[in-house]
Write a protein that binds this ligand. Structure first.
Ligand SMILES: C[S@@+](CC[C@H](N)C(=O)[O-])C[C@H]1O[C@@H](n2cnc3c(N)ncnc32)[C@H](O)[C@@H]1O
Length: 172
């Protein structure tokens, strides 16, 4: 697939980042946010995990957007979710795949741009974006994605269903 100029510049930046992340393959993986996730309640990332743990991920199908080296994909798989995760960067994905293999977790990783996802509509219970939203909004990606890909349609449909049902889990 031919990438846009913006996707290419994003990819270039994160491929460089991937070189620094290679060291993760020699270190123990951190599961800290899964163990008593409320203990840093002031931190948005830890709060997100407190929320995800409350939602009970076991048996849910989750999409991790811009998964990078896979830390959320692995953590959600550890919580029992069926996890699909995608990213633009093949090098970050190769770290993610190696970590998942080392930790004995099954995650479906895909290399693809968020602007043209190939997942079916309405196939995820929860979507997780971490450390991506700021960039996505700043770069206009969110607006583009809202109008054109299946993930956002899924998230919208899910949110609608959730409201009709009077609350409950939301896409994060
Ligand atoms: C700041 S990193 C966050 C990675 C991960 N969510 C985390 O918390 O470690 C943003 C990630 O989004 C990916 N990304 C950026 N633009 C993308 C796009 N258009 N499609 C898919 N992935 C993208 C990058 O390759 C990078 O891995």
């Amino acid at each position: 697939m031919e990438l846009t100029e913006r996707q290419r510049s994003e990819l270039e930046y994160h491929q460089q980042h991937a070189r620094k992340k290679q060291q993760l393959l020699t270190e123990p993986f951190s599961w800290d946010v899964l163990d008593r996730p409320c203990r840093r309640w002031w931190n948005a990332y830890w709060s997100m995990y407190a929320h995800l743990v409350r939602l009970e991920m076991a048996g849910k199908t989750v999409l991790v957007v811009g998964c990078g080296y896979g830390k959320d994909a692995l953590r959600l798989a550890k919580l029992g979710a069926t996890v699909h995760a995608f990213d633009l960067s093949p090098d970050l994905l190769s770290i993610a795949r190696a970590l998942a293999k080392r930790e004995g977790l099954r995650v479906f990783f895909d290399e693809m741009p968020a602007e043209s996802l190939t997942y079916d509509d309405n196939c995820f219970d929860v979507g997780v974006l971490s450390a991506s939203v700021r960039e996505l909004i700043l770069r206009g990606w969110y607006a583009e994605s809202c109008s054109c890909n299946s993930f956002w349609r899924t998230a919208d449909a899910y949110e609608e269903k959730r409201c009709e049902a009077g609350g409950g889990p939301a896409a994060v």
